[in-house]
Design a protein around this ligand. Structure first.
Ligand code: 1HN
Length: 351
């Protein structure tokens, strides 16, 4: 056959296939062979993009929301941090949602519960509290607070400053599974059933009540991990030799089981000593980071940023990650690692 007739034959075959696809589409069928490579990629190829939010630049815009809508009107006054590769999906990674929540002095965010699990990471201001299933905790910068699935929670600000924290939720996971339920509590503020600090004293001090035995997948009763305690650990271990990929990195656990505090979201704290450069690292759990303290250069895939305190950035699945710390730098991070681990899907590459 001549080249011209081969081209004709190819064009005709393409045309026949296209017509065939159009016909079977009416029966809600579609050919696998056109999409197989995309369905089963050789390695993760997330549509989520590396992205950075500089809180110092965004703070005024967050506070502006406080003049446009009350916490009561909004139910939760939050600016969603939406991944630029996932526009319209209210997601920062394929599995996780993140947002900046503002609560002004005197305001309350009314009590409700939902099947979505949530974490709070306190960033700005003092005087707010979160109540989880009848116990309040005062929110301080760097505190990691959780509201496990189906626990009632409300927030309030008893102080004289705006308070802002980062919310992290497993909203996209629950949406994907069509397993979302929610309800309001009978009253806007939960009555205190236990004094502040009760859960931490009972479950968070290397002891548990004598008759308490927990199922491995149950969330922890410790719902606040105070930054003061995290700092004690980081400061103590920082004199040791840093891991080449992580520096000094710890994962938050349910102290009764050693598992992640919640079954869908894992959280981590990390110290990079001044002058330390990490080896490149990849993992399948797309991860949201907050720079709490210090100064570092981070590269995520083809992006590079100079990190300052309060910067938030996202590392999508399998994007190479590398840090160079100019000063002692403290990072908080969270991801869907516990889901991937429990399904046998989690992978990492230490380069
Ligand atoms: C929620 O309950 C909170 O309780 C924050 O503070 C953000 C985003 C979507 C759905 C529920 C909160 C939320 C949320």
């Amino acid at each position: 056959m001549t080249t011209a007739s081969t081209a004709d034959a190819n064009a005709s075959q393409k045309n026949q296939r296209r017509q065939y696809y159009d016909r079977i589409a009416k029966d809600h069928m579609t050919p696998l062979w056109e999409v197989l490579g995309a369905l089963v990629p050789k390695q993760p190829n997330s549509p989520a993009l590396p992205a950075l939010w500089r809180y110092a630049d965004l703070r005024e815009k967050v506070l502006e929301a406080g003049r446009l809508i009350t916490a009561e009107q909004a139910e939760r006054r939050v600016l969603i941090l939406e991944n630029p590769g996932l526009a319209g999906q209210s997601a920062i990674t394929q599995s996780l949602y993140a947002g900046l929540q503002l609560i002004l002095p005197g305001e309350i965010a009314p009590a409700h519960r939902h099947t979505q699990s949530a974490l709070r990471f306190v960033m700005d201001g003092e005087g707010a509290y979160t109540a989880v299933d009848g116990e309040r905790t005062t929110m301080r910068r760097g505190d990691f607070i959780i509201t496990p699935s189906w626990t009632f929670h409300d927030h309030g600000n008893l102080g004289d400053q705006p308070v802002v924290w980062l919310d992290g939720l497993d909203i996209p996971v629950v949406r994907f599974l069509d397993a979302g339920f929610a309800e309001h509590a009978p009253s806007a503020s939960q009555d205190a059933m236990r004094p502040e600090g009760d859960a931490l004293a009972r479950y968070g001090n290397n002891m548990v009540p004598v008759d308490f035995y927990q199922e491995p997948a149950d969330p922890t009763r410790v719902f606040v991990y105070p930054y003061a305690r995290t700092l004690e650990s980081l400061n103590q271990i920082a004199s040791g030799k840093p891991d080449p990929h992580f520096g000094h990195k710890l994962r938050y656990v349910n102290p009764a089981t050693g598992a992640s505090p919640m079954p869908t979201i894992g959280a981590f704290t990390q110290r990079l000593p001044a002058g330390f450069e990490t080896r490149p690292y990849q993992s399948t759990d797309g991860t949201v980071y907050v720079c709490l303290d210090g100064e570092a250069t981070v590269s995520v895939g083809d992006k590079e940023w100079h990190l300052q305190p309060d910067d938030i950035f996202v590392v999508p699945s399998w994007q190479p990650l590398k840090f160079l710390a100019q000063r002692d730098t403290t990072l908080f991070s969270f991801s869907d690692r516990p889901i991937q681990k429990s399904l046998g899907l989690w992978r990492e590459a230490r380069l």
